[in-house]
Design a protein around this ligand. Structure first.
Ligand SMILES: Nc1ncnc2c1ncn2[C@@H]1O[C@H](COP(=O)(O)OP(=O)(O)OP(=O)(O)O)[C@@H](O)[C@H]1O
Length: 971
């Protein structure tokens, strides 16, 4: 954090005194100080910004003690990009603007803020530019331009699209701990949505609290975190760990300390009730939740401070319970690559399933993935809506998507209206989007009859509920008012910035029209005066003009200038011409400038009024944005299902069913697939082998009436598909709980409350943890937190240590999971000794990934089947990976002769000679053989499966046998 040392103001010029006084209020932020066309940073701020942005560090002369003042600047017109980079680097940026109107004073080249004050570094282009553009007369020079902090930009409170990284939702989360530290409250502020979400966690043990807090943080996914300045260091470290797990690649969200007094329950209660204009918070369900109250108050304070606004548009406080959601901790989110792939070259689940058409839909999809539901009624409500949308004819559904795609980000526009920072282009987009929302409403009403639904309740079908939030067809609602207002007030091609003026339509305000007429007629007025002067003074070549340096002027050639009358005052000398001002021209200039200034001021006032009117109807816009986002997510599931079902006739997506007869966890997945692996293979197939679609669907049945066992021991060769199988099971459960159709032929789920995964293996060297330590910490978390309604995936636990220790730990884990916890477990292992457990233990069963060995070549069928396997075929995979042949031969020798003795051979096999090497198997071609074999085998299988012997003529049968023999020959 930049922190400028205290300065003695007496040693500085008045302008630097102004800067230092403003900066004193923001010791931990980078202050961008507006000077003409640049934002300048000074002292340590300048050094840090120059470092982060890679811009030149220059100097702004010296103070009166002769000390250099470091300075760095960014151009005002392209500041957004620089600001975004500073924020991404974890900085808070404070923007300090010149609030005085810059009145142009033409004809002088002096600059008071520079010439009279400082010895400006000659290399400083910013200063030079300012010297040119904001020049004033010397008489005016001692006056310093008034400046004010207008915005504080932080990672969690951004609302300007140009500053927000695509796909991100800035949110700030405050965390409030109880003294006893067994309870914690969290509140998340989403400025764009105008909403605060809160939760309070009360646990009976420290570990449980940590685990619940980590889950809540994973769900809230903060861009910035606020804590009590008195929070213990231990908790601060814990939060840091959680947040770095949340964003392993990106920079850590900043953790900022806030005054302890903000967290005090009484202050917080008073602040919240005042803000929401209520006497009690009972209506929000948090009356008895002091930690939720205090954290909500802290985020609100912070929002108000950073936005310098009253945030009146934030009227909604939503209480969440961890228990409402299927919980996935951060590690599982990463392992399953839900939001981000582990490797940059990988594919995330989100990237495969996101076919949303609107920014609101894209964010709502992420929100749903962060909050898969447990409540079956709510899930089915979503699924009913998806099913209903699925009945739309293709053309109607495509039109619906098209309409959605034309709706702008009205959620963020609403947020900016609430903050008073909406631009004229935002308002135009809002108007156009309202028209599209009306079209959407019409399209839905055309196919679904919601007329009989007059009152809305929790039982109202979701699609009807969402349709009712869209503009009504008779246009008698508040949307009609907003639309009419915007249509009357805003021009069809508004300027990008309010400061440019020209956004208010003619006819909206008579006074503005009058001023603009005066302004608009300037050319005729000037020409009339020029005509007069030409005739009066016999100067036929006299020109009249305007520029930013000289203002209005008459121009004569150097030759004619000698004939200029006395009342022509010289303003500027050019190479071949002279420019003059006259009293009459000066009068026109002044009235022109004042009309221009007045029109601009009036236009800004009208615009602010307009924003005020819209603000009073913001609730409707926010509700509409939410409804559109939700509809888009539902349409997204339909798109995905239709797309997949169309492109792969046998790759069905189905509606998941939920077993509500009892509360036990169970899984019955028939023909399940891993949507991300499948998508990756389809992409490859598209480029290489269009006809081959190799993903093999698999069943997973556990804990059901027919399959009472709850712990599946999965064995099989390396690369056999164990991890894929386990992950696809978790993803199907996750998608089902989001209310989506799932990639399977049929799915029935029992009550699953949490998913735990122990899959990855990454060193966490930064925090001093080895691979095995990370593995054991994750395993410990599962053993401590899982219950009978958890789904646990464990991939090769124990592999990070010696075989004996690893086997012992894996053995104990399996027993603990089956005996003590009783959860649904998928346990993949290469310790074949464990498979014997299934014979003795009623809760365990073996499954394996099927392989075939043909002529010494291994064929991976990726098919799961009952029973265990006792070979890992590690050497085959090593061969495919390209290990040297000589090395492989030695490994095989050891395997054949010594693996049983568990000791290394006394006489290792000598390495082959060059000749023998020549004769050895070319590994590249071995890998290629394997691929061909796999392809041919696959074809063989496909052909046999597709064959219906009853439909064959004897000749066809004979030909088929010949073709099979051909294929077999190749294999
Ligand atoms: N059902 C399947 N259908 C088609 N291909 C599959 C299937 N499952 C896995 N694969 C392919 O096999 C590759 C390896 O799968 P996976 O990582 O699941 O194997 P594994 O058994 O866990 O291997 P290891 O024991 O070496 O960790 C995947 O990247 C994928 O390309």
């Amino acid at each position: 954090m930049p922190q400028t040392m205290p300065h003695n103001l007496d040693h500085h010029t008045p302008m630097m005194q102004q800067y230092l006084t403003l900066k004193a209020d923001y010791p931990h932020a980078l202050v961008l100080y507006r000077m003409g066309d640049f934002y300048e940073l000074f002292f340590d701020d300048a050094k840090l910004a120059a470092d982060i942005l890679g811009i030149t560090l220059t100097r702004r002369g010296n103070d009166k003690q002769g000390n250099t003042i470091p300075m760095a600047g960014v151009p005002f017109h392209s500041a957004d990009g620089y600001i975004a980079r500073l924020i991404n680097a974890g900085q808070t940026v404070v923007v300090c603007e010149q609030v005085e109107e810059e009145k142009p004073e033409y004809g002088s080249e002096e600059n008071p803020e520079h010439n009279l004050e400082d010895n400006i570094a000659a290399t400083d282009t910013a200063a030079k530019s300012i010297a040119k553009k904001t020049s004033k007369t010397k008489a005016n020079a001692a006056k310093i331009m008034e400046r004010k902090v207008v915005r504080t930009l932080t990672a969690g409170t951004l609302t300007d699209d140009s500053l927000i990284t695509q796909g991100q939702t800035p949110t700030v989360v405050a965390i409030s701990f109880a003294k006893q530290q067994m309870s914690v409250g969290l509140a998340q502020l989403d400025l764009a949505q105008g909403q605060i979400r809160v939760t309070e966690l009360n646990c009976d043990s420290h570990t449980a609290l940590q685990s619940e807090l980590a889950n809540a943080l994973a769900r809230f996914d903060p861009s910035e975190v606020l804590i009590d300045e008195q929070l213990s260091e231990a908790w601060q470290h814990f939060l840091q760990d959680c947040l770095s797990a949340n964003s392993p690649t990106a920079s850590l969200p900043p953790i900022l300390s806030q005054p302890h007094s903000y967290f005090l329950p009484n202050n917080a209660l008073e602040h919240l009730t005042q803000h929401l204009s209520v006497t009690t918070l009972a209506g929000f369900g948090i009356e008895q939740k002091p930690l939720a109250i205090s954290s909500a108050s802290v985020v609100l304070h912070y929002g108000k401070q950073t936005q310098q606004a009253d945030l009146r548009h934030i009227r909604s406080l939503q209480l969440e319970h961890n228990g409402d959601f299927l919980q996935l901790d951060t590690i599982s989110q990463q392992n399953l690559e839900i939001f981000k792939p582990v490797l940059a070259s990988g594919i995330s689940l989100l990237s495969v399933i996101d076919h949303c058409q609107t920014p609101m839909g894209k964010r709502a999809l992420v929100h749903h993935l962060h909050r898969p539901l447990r409540n079956v009624t709510l899930i089915n409500r979503r699924l009913d809506a998806v099913e209903q949308l699925m009945t739309l004819p293709i053309a109607a559904f495509e039109l619906l998507k098209q309409t959605l795609s034309e709706i702008s980000d009205i959620e963020r526009i609403g947020g900016r209206i609430g903050l008073g920072s909406a631009k004229p282009t935002d308002l135009l987009k809002l108007r156009l989007s309202l028209a599209q929302a009306l079209a959407l409403s019409k399209q839905l009403q055309q196919y679904f009859d919601f007329n009989n639904i007059t009152t809305l309740s929790a039982d109202t079908p979701l699609l009807a509920m969402l349709s009712k939030q869209l503009p009504d067809l008779a246009l008698t609602d508040s949307f009609a008012n907003i639309y009419a207002l915007l249509e009357q007030a805003i021009v069809d091609e508004p300027p990008a910035h309010i400061r440019d003026g020209g956004m208010i339509k003619k006819g909206y305000d008579p006074q503005l029209d009058e001023l603009q007429n005066l302004h608009g007629n300037i050319e005729q007025t000037l020409e009339a005066l020029a005509v007069q002067e030409r005739q009066k003074n016999n100067l036929p070549m006299l020109k009249v003009g305007f520029n930013k340096v000289s203002g209005f002027y008459f121009e004569l050639s150097a030759l004619q200038a000698k004939n200029a009358p006395e009342y022509f005052t010289r303003r500027q000398t050019l190479k071949n011409a002279e420019r003059f001002i006259t009293p009459a021209l000066k009068t026109i200039e002044e009235s022109y400038l004042s009309a221009q200034g007045q029109a601009l001021t009036l236009e800004k006032r009208i615009y602010e009024n307009l924003l005020g009117q819209l603000k009073s109807q913001l609730g409707d816009v926010q509700r509409l944005a939410k409804a559109i986002g939700y509809l888009d997510v539902l349409a997204n599931w339909v798109s995905l299902t239709r797309l997949q079902n169309r492109s792969h006739h046998n790759k069905n997506w189905c509606r998941p069913l939920f077993n509500t007869k009892d509360d036990t966890a169970s899984l019955n997945i028939q023909g399940g697939r891993h949507i991300v692996v499948e998508a990756g293979q389809q992409r490859q197939a598209h480029h290489q082998r269009p006809s081959l679609d190799p993903f093999v669907a698999n069943d997973c049945v556990m804990g059901t009436a027919n399959q009472l066992e709850r712990l599946m021991l999965i064995t099989g060769p390396n690369m056999g598909g164990k991890s894929t199988y386990m992950r696809q099971t978790a993803l199907i459960v996750l998608l089902a709980c989001c209310g989506a159709y799932v990639p399977a032929q049929s799915v029935t789920l029992g009550r699953i409350e949490r998913i735990f995964t122990r899959i990855g293996s990454a060193d966490d060297l930064a925090s001093g943890k080895s691979t095995f330590m990370v593995e054991m910490i994750e395993t410990a978390n599962i053993m401590n937190q899982a219950n009978a309604n958890s789904l646990v995936l464990m991939d090769e636990v124990g592999r990070g240590t010696s075989t004996q220790d690893g086997l012992a730990i894996a053995h104990a884990c399996v027993n603990y999971l089956a005996e003590k916890i009783g959860c649904l477990t998928l346990f993949a292992t290469h310790y074949f000794e464990l498979t014997e457990l299934a014979e003795r233990h009623p809760k365990m069963f073996n499954q394996h990934l099927v392989t075939q060995e043909i002529n010494g070549q291994l064929l991976l069928l990726h098919k799961i089947a009952p029973g265990a396997t006792h070979r890992s075929f590690g050497l085959h995979v090593a061969k495919m990976a390209g290990l040297p042949q000589a090395l492989l031969v030695q490994a095989q020798y050891y395997l054949d002769n010594h693996s049983e003795q568990k000791s290394l051979p006394n006489n290792p096999l000598p390495y082959p000679s060059e000749d023998e090497k020549q004769m050895g198997l070319d590994l590249q071609s071995a890998a290629a053989d394997y691929q061909t074999l796999k392809t041919d085998e696959y074809k063989l299988n496909q052909q046999l499966q597709a064959l219906n012997p009853d439909e064959l003529t004897p000749k066809q049968a004979l030909e088929f046998i010949y073709s099979l023999k051909e294929l077999l020959k190749k294999a």
